[in-house]
Design a protein around this ligand. Sequence first.
Ligand SMILES: [Zn+2]
Length: 140
Amino acid sequence: MNKLEKAVIRALKSYGYSVEVRRDTGSNLAWIDPKKKEFVIAARTPVTARTQIVLHELAHLMGGHQPVRNKCLKANQELIAERAAAMVARRLGYDTMSAAIFYINIQETNRERYCKEKTNLKEETIMLAMELYEELQQWL
Ligand SMILES: [Zn+2]
């Protein structure tokens, strides 16, 4: 586990989340349950992906994202969280873009499919990245 991952996990715990590394997770690499305040990550997840995933989940938390049924809103939230996470990781010396790009492409496709209007996500993404970066300062 690298320094950044440890910091993110400390931050998640400070929000009342339990964090568990589990061996039997089926095909899932990680998930977060906002109701149970539970974060589970598969032991077999490669380190770069793990760093990106924990940051992504913390980004959702910092962004006040809630589970939604609206597929356009969901794709927007996922893109904002994933990009903010990759930006912050890079700023802190961890290049996770190789792990992020696949998910970004999936969510871009979803956005094209489900969003009637393509809103500009740049401002929201940058604001969230800044919040995420500032939050991490106290845990690094
Ligand atoms: Zn997500």
